[in-house]
Design a protein around this ligand. Structure first.
Ligand code: CP
Ligand code: NVA
Length: 304
């Protein structure tokens, strides 16, 4: 049966850990210049309905390093952008390609694509989830902290696709996650309910960033207005005052905490310039790890 990577909740702890171990192995090989052409002769299509820098580049470069071909497909220049049904696009593309990554809006779009695709479909970000990103973030935590066991994770800001995915990761992998989101900007209620039933007591929600960050080992934030929500930017800037990860907030965390941001960042809004450029920032390692993790996800799904 074809296995897709649409959301973390489709995977268990052992499977996620296995992908991260493979990512570490592939990273080591790449650093040492050891060939690892695991996708030799394979083509992975990359469909983008939203903008991207890191996801596009890390997938394309990753596929190249694995000996395959990455096919960049902005939806504006394909028939999908003119309204061709998802299911028709999916069935045709699956006959040409060995894997398909999609960045789009609704989670139902990647689910529909996967239903009609005989080859693995990877979620490169939807309004609901960003699972490839959280895998890179987890690898970064392992590298900086050795393990996530016993650590406190904090989320400060919008209850968006990143927050939802962190909640799923916490529930599956079993670490403490404290989220601070303004009222009305909470994470998806269904995701919260699922996580609470799977891992009671691990995930908490507050409106106070200080509560979330107190004693935290890993602090995460993200833009206040995600892609597709740009028209709300000005209004959100007023609502999210006080939700900036700055030096004062960091003083409440563990002295050796790390700060993560999936990027792109808006300095002076959700994160201060001094924090993103400072000694606690792990964001450049985090961005690099997109490459290594994506290679592991593609290899795990396509070569089974
Ligand atoms: N973090 C992330 O997905 O970056 P891009 O939007 O640049 O791909
Ligand atoms: N929450 C952000 C993440 C960007 C990588 C967005 O969806 O725009």
């Amino acid at each position: 049966m074809t296995r897709h990577f649409l959301a973390l909740h489709d995977f268990n702890e052992i499977e996620l850990y296995g992908m991260l171990a493979l990512a570490r192995d592939l990273k080591e090989k790449q650093k040492q210049g050891i060939p690892h052409r695991l996708l030799d002769g394979k083509t992975v299509a990359l469909i983008f309905e939203k903008s991207s820098t890191r996801t596009r580049v890390s997938f394309e470069v990753g596929i190249f390093q694995l000996g395959g071909h990455g096919l960049f497909m902005p939806s504006t220049t394909s028939q999908m952008g003119r309204g061709e049904p998802i299911r028709d696009t999916a069935r045709c593309m699956a006959r040409y390609c060995d894997g398909i990554m999609i960045r789009t809006y609704g989670q139902e779009i990647v689910e529909e694509f996967a239903r009609f695709s005989d080859v693995p479909v990877i979620n490169g970000l939807t309004d609901a989830f960003h699972p490839c990103q959280i895998m890179a973030d987890l690898l970064t935590v392992i590298e900086h902290k050795r393990t996530w066991e016993g650590l406190k994770f904090a989320w400060v800001g919008d209850g968006n696709n990143m927050a939802n995915t962190w909640i799923e990761a916490a529930a599956i992998l079993g670490f403490e996650l404290s989220l601070a989101c303004p009222q009305g900007f909470e994470p998806d209620a269904k995701v919260m309910a699922w996580a609470h039933s799977r891992a009671p007591g691990l995930i908490s929600l507050t409106t106070d960033p200080k509560v979330a960050v107190a004693g935290a080992d890993v602090i995460n934030t993200d833009v206040w207005a995600s892609m597709g929500r740009e028209s709300e930017q000005k209004e959100r800037e007023k609502i999210f005052v006080g939700y900036c990860v700055d030096d004062a907030l960091l003083d409440l965390a563990q002295a050796d905490c790390i700060v993560l941001h999936c990027l792109p960042a808006h300095r002076g809004e959700e994160i201060s310039d001094s924090v993103i450029e400072g000694k606690h920032s792990a964001v450049w390692d985090q961005a690099e790890n997109r490459l290594h993790v994506q290679k592991a996800i593609m290899t795990s799904l396509i070569i089974r």
